[in-house]
Design a protein around this ligand. Structure first.
Ligand SMILES: [Ca+2]
Ligand SMILES: [Ca+2]
Ligand SMILES: [Ca+2]
Length: 191
């Protein structure tokens, strides 16, 4: 009789509690031996599995911060303002991201479809002329240089998109002096 009462209470309560509360509730009942150890173990395993599935689901559905756009599990912020490459890099770091890193054709196609003006990208050859690296010092495995670029030698060490200035109808890569006031930048971060 007493056991039936406990189970009825457990069932009724479990409909109104959050998962975390439910775990605590069952934990207490188990600690006090109101429920047999085997059932406790089964219940706790089930709740832990549900919790883990819920966490995965929340992580998958996590959205980008306000103002950022989502593409392939990464968030991008487009900012149009006159700015040097170093300033743009710092701005992105302050926002918890990094100056955009274009790693393949899909990312490039999406990015350029969103662009409204010429912007800085994270690549540079500041450390070692001609040896281009992304801001996190990773190697460059993909590129979209305009023909004839990079052409600036020691005078142009930062990467930006160019279009009209380069006489092009689509955005391509161009090396530019890092102190040049380009019309914007794009930050990227993992979702
Ligand atoms: Ca990227
Ligand atoms: Ca250079
Ligand atoms: Ca150039």
């Amino acid at each position: 009789m007493a056991l039936t009462f406990v189970f009825t209470m457990v069932l009724l309560t479990s409909y109104t509690l959050s998962l975390a509360e439910e775990k605590r509730y069952f934990g207490k009942l188990c600690d006090k031996s109101f429920i047999n150890p085997y059932t406790c173990k089964m219940m706790m395993n089930r709740l832990n599995k549900l919790q883990s599935e819920l966490d995965t689901c929340r992580l998958r559905n996590r959205e980008c911060p306000n103002g950022w756009k989502l593409f392939s599990d990464h968030c991008y912020l487009f900012v149009y303002t006159q700015i040097t490459w170093m300033e743009a890099r710092t701005e992105c770091q302050n926002k918890g991201g990094y100056l955009v890193k274009v790693e393949n054709g899909q990312e490039e196609t999406w990015l350029t479809s969103q662009l409204e003006d010429e912007v800085w990208l994270g690549m540079n050859d500041i450390q070692n002329e001609g040896h281009w690296r992304w801001s996190d010092n990773s190697f460059v495995s993909y590129n979209n240089w305009r023909y004839g670029e990079p052409n600036g030698g020691r005078g142009e060490n930062c990467l930006c998109y160019c279009k009209a200035i380069c006489g092009m109808s689509s955005f391509v890569w161009n090396d530019r002096p890092c102190t040049y006031l380009t019309t914007g930048y794009v930050c990227e971060k993992k979702r």
